[in-house]
Design a protein around this ligand. Structure first.
Ligand code: MN
Length: 142
């Protein structure tokens, strides 16, 4: 149904939209992460993609993971870093991040502000893989 849903930040200034539920990022204990939430902004029946909004609280981070599907990301709020493979780089509002298939990736919010980003994914997608100890050693360059 055609609609307009209003941007409606909460009392802390965290990004919310009317009629959009704030969800758990992942199930607790399923993977390492800290202080991150998920909102599904668009998941239309006739489109093969979903647009989600993730918000990482100051000092928080997403799971270090990789998968076959691509992420197309726009930073919407704050700043922090993104790991792409073995290198991390700073990201800030309105930067665009493309994460290719099977690239290890992780978002970190800066300590002094939240990091919010839009993430476009295919509706049908594989489950994320977590790094083995050998993968972690390789990423650290050991
Ligand atoms: Mn991912």
């Amino acid at each position: 149904m055609s609609s307009v849903r209003r941007f409606a930040p909460d009392e802390q200034g965290d990004y919310r939209w009317s009629e959009v539920e704030r969800l758990r990022y992942k199930d607790e204990g399923s993977a390492p992460f800290k202080d991150i939430t998920r909102q599904v902004l668009f998941a239309q029946a006739d489109q093969g993609c979903e647009l989600r909004y993730f918000e990482v609280a100051p000092g928080g981070y997403s799971t270090l993971e990789r998968h076959e599907h691509t992420h197309a990301v726009m930073i919407l709020r704050g700043h922090g870093t993104v790991r792409l493979g073995s290198a991390s780089q700073p990201v800030a509002e309105r930067d665009l991040v493309t994460i290719d298939p099977l690239t290890w990736h992780q978002f970190h919010a800066a300590d002094d502000c939240a990091l919010g980003f839009l993430c476009l994914v295919s509706k049908t997608r594989d489950k994320p893989q977590l790094p083995s100890d050998a993968d972690l050693a390789a990423l650290r360059g050991v």
